[in-house]
Design a protein around this ligand. Sequence first.
Ligand code: 5AD
Length: 453
Amino acid sequence: MNRVFIRTYGCQMNERDSEAVAALLRARGYRIVQDEAACDVLLLNTCSVRDAAEQKAIGKAANVAQQRKRNPRFILGILGCMAQNRGAALLDALPDVDLIVGTQKFHQVPDYLDNLRAAQAAGTPLGSTIVDIAEEAGSQNTIRDHVLEDKQVTAFVSIQQGCNMDCSFCIVPKTRGDERSRPMDEIVRECEELADRGVREVTLLGQIVTSYGRRDYAHTDGVTPFVQLLTRVNAIPGIKRIRFTSPHPRGFKDDLIQAYGRLEKLCEYVHLPLQSGSDQILKAMNRPYSRDRYRQIVDDLRRVRPDMYFSTDIIVGFPGETEEDFAQTRELFEACNYDMAYIFKYSIRTGTPAATMAVQVPDEVKEARNQALLAILGANSTRRNATLLGTTQEVLVEGPDKKGFGYMGRTRGNRIVHFAATERLISELVPVQIERASTAVLYGSLALAGVPN
Ligand code: 5AD
């Protein structure tokens, strides 16, 4: 009765939260299972950033609730952003959910499951749902434990929770609360421990990582706490690569730009959310930068690292977005030559300022704009991969691939590469000569000089 299956929707922060919950549950004697059909407890860790994400989780929960009716010992929980956003109101649509736990209470899940199981064991019908979506001071420090698979090479490290930016489209300040950072020493220690356990690449996570520690630590010689943190992680011998997500363009001051020239482990891949290329729309979105300023950041970064890879987030069909606004977005999107992009159709989020803006854009228009950007992205990505043909790339070997090509790893630019290797190269940085490329994936072989395979 203690087999738990966790299904995660949404971003890397959610994946990381699920992993921390799994670690706590394991420590409490629960078993984390990979097979949904074999679980007694099903936890859905949810996303609220767009309506589609909420609907997906609600649909899933409704299905599982049917199953739960047949098995009175089954426990169904909804965790994370949608739990926080909707709270007990979820019970209107989903009366059979046993547990609703918000984003500041993940660490309470083991206690709540213990309580539910004790009630079941005592023969008490569960009846009432446990709902906890309260705020909790210090909750950012509870996302800390890891469940590492055998020979796991990469890991996410949560450095901060919440966001104070108030972008007019965004529900995240509501679901994740105010910005709160973890102590720098604890983050560094966590990275050191991960390195001791074999991890070679860390991705530092937060809703707005560039604001990390801004209320807790002073700048040192013009260096922000975030860049101080990067510098310290860069100094950990076992860590070979550093990534982070998501930053805000306003965080790309000189110290961060220079960090790309100074910190050899900081990968030349930047996720830099643009959202819109129209100054008018950026203003309506309450994004505090202009298209020119954004372009300047891209150029500055390319000056420090000419081989820099960029990805971005774009919202098409924000209220009031005209053809002219979209033309501006398309133009800047093309000029930035992104290697990867996440393009979203604007989705009304109740309670945000944009939800009540007068001119909502019809869905067909959003769809057409979405397709236009996707076409540009496909062409860019293919072109970039073609330039890699014949080159030798440093690849961090992650493990066997699932396609039967042998092994897989990533370049510093975050391109997936498939190649033949052996198990003992897992977690090593190896040179791989790129021989074939599709839009998304590269294929190559070990460039053997000096590398025993
Ligand atoms: N509609 C569509 N996309 C959104 N995002 C955030 N809120 C919305 C919304 N209401 C996108 C932004 C953000 C990414 C995580 O999700 O592009 O960067």
